[in-house]
Design a protein around this ligand. Structure first.
Ligand code: IMP
Length: 458
């Protein structure tokens, strides 16, 4: 079977007349956010005019390697590494201006024209240092279960958003309005700080001054991005919506309360950008050939044995934002079926297949045993989810013929192709793309797949 191999600069998008209008895609993680989306989004970006983030903040960590240079992007969509691609930080994202300016400076140093490419929504909520303070206090409380957050102030900023007392990017740029809103929010945080005996750590007036300074540097980048995106779509341009975190960290559909505070699932792409569901043409899920998770919370197929440690070392599984070792385990079919349902995946991208090289056998979780009963449904309650025991099947590995760096589907060992076919059969979702290493050209899009059509590669 023929397959398309991506090389650096190998893909060119077709804009203008004759452009395929079936083209606005959401790309998001199928599990807990470390699916290797960074490389995929970066690679696919070549085919799009605009790449938009719709939720989360600088808690995300997308690692992209371009010509031996390693970039960890936390807030800015990785599409920025492609000259000419517009990148958007949508209204659903929460922005820490300091983190944003630092990331811009890092990219500018590497020669990227960030300011020429980026647009930030005037409806984004702004993260302040006191959001980190609130998070620290709440994670440390003995009467609460720690979520193991990234300590970036993400959750408390979303709390203020939902509590209708948050400050949006547009407000930050309007001094009298900012001052009034800031006074109200600061009072709120001062009360919290007082209650926890840390009032002296709050430097409210310094923060105000700093934010006003930063606002001036960000001002030229801020606009109504819902309008920008809808205008772009109206002109026939292609937009990719880049999910951060992953479906199981979604505030509604994930393993609540061990989730992030935003709508990471596909539905969030619409609310988080102001682009209607009718404008979305396809949804691509990303999963590793195994599974990892950082932070606390249920993980039915986690492997605590040497095998899990082997995956951690072979896959270099350490969080790109916090450096924490990732928890490692096996592909989980019930979980994937659930995330395919809530997102409506058209096709799957399986990353890091090469990490399984050398294994005689591969474990796959095919069911959950809950209170003695085997089910393939995802329990909603944390109390039940914690009790789930994974039921496994063993699948032959490919101990003697590595997949690392393989660039065509036919050249993959037979057992690796069988593993992919097995995942497709069990999950009911096509695997349209396989990644066999960190480089761009170590990515195979399967000929005849739905993914190939959606990416306009056919
Ligand atoms: P928060 O997003 O910092 O509030 O953290 C909530 C949970 O989401 C914690 O378990 C984090 O480890 C996890 N998390 C947040 N962002 C990411 C990410 O980009 N990848 C993987 N896990 C994440």
């Amino acid at each position: 079977m023929r397959a398309t191999c991506f090389g650096y600069g190998a893909l060119r998008y077709n804009s203008g007349f004759g452009h395929n209008s079936m083209s606005n895609l959401i790309v998001l993680g199928s599990q807990w956010g470390d699916e290797g989306k960074g490389k995929i989004v970066d690679l696919f970006s070549e085919k799009f005019d605009v790449v938009a983030r719709y939720q989360g903040g600088h808690n995300a960590g997308h690692t992209v390697i371009v010509k031996d240079q390693r970039f960890v992007l936390k807030l800015i969509p990785s599409g920025v590494l492609h000259p000419g691609v517009k990148v958007v930080i949508g209204n659903g994202v929460v922005v820490d201006p300091l983190a944003l300016l630092e990331e811009i400076a890092m990219l500018e140093k590497a020669g990227v024209d960030v300011r020429g490419q980026i647009a930030i929504s005037n409806r984004c909520h702004v993260i302040f240092p006191f959001h980190r303070m609130v998070e620290k206090v709440s994670e440390a409380r003995e009467d609460r279960q720690a979520i193991g957050t990234t300590s970036r102030g993400i959750g408390p900023c979303y709390e203020d958003k939902i509590g209708r007392r948050g400050i949006r990017m547009g407000d930050l740029l309007n001094t009298p309005i900012f001052d009034a809103l800031y006074d109200m929010l600061a009072e709120d945080k001062a009360t919290t700080a007082k209650a926890f005996g840390i009032a002296n750590d709050l430097h409210l007036e310094e923060i105000r001054a700093l934010y006003k300074q930063m606002a001036e540097r960000i001002r030229p980048l801020v606009c109504d991005t819902a309008k920008l995106l809808n205008d772009a779509i109206g002109r026939g341009q292609r937009v990719m919506f880049e999910g951060a975190q992953g479906t199981m960290l979604d505030i509604d559909h994930g393993t609540y309360p061990f989730v992030t505070s935003s709508s990471a699932a596909a539905g969030g792409a619409c609310t988080g950008t102001g682009v209607a569901p009718t404008k979305i043409d396809g949804i691509l899920g990303v999963s590793k050939a195994y599974i990892t998770r950082v932070g606390a919370g249920p993980f039915p197929s986690e492997d605590f044995t040497e095998a899990g440690e082997r995956i951690r070392q072979a896959g270099r599984e350490f969080g790109s934002v916090t450096g924490r070792p990732r928890r490692c385990g096996w592909f989980d079919v019930p979980l994937l079926r659930y995330t395919a349902m809530v997102n409506g995946f058209d096709s799957l991208i399986i990353t890091k297949l090469d990490v399984l090289d050398g294994l005689e056998e591969i474990k796959v979780c095919t069911g959950y045993r809950v209170h003695g009963e085997v089910t393939d449904e995802m329990p909603a309650e944390n109390a039940l989810m914690e009790k789930v025991e994974a039921v496994y099947e063993m699948v032959p590995g490919w101990p003697d013929s590595p997949t690392a760096g393989v660039t065509s589907y036919e050249a993959l060992p037979r057992q690796a192709q069988d593993y992919i076919a097995y995942l497709e059969a069990k999950t009911g979702v096509e695997v349209g793309c396989v990644s066999t290493g960190p480089e761009r050209n170590q990515t195979i899009v399967r000929a005849g797949s739905k993914m190939e059509k959606l990416l306009d590669l056919a």
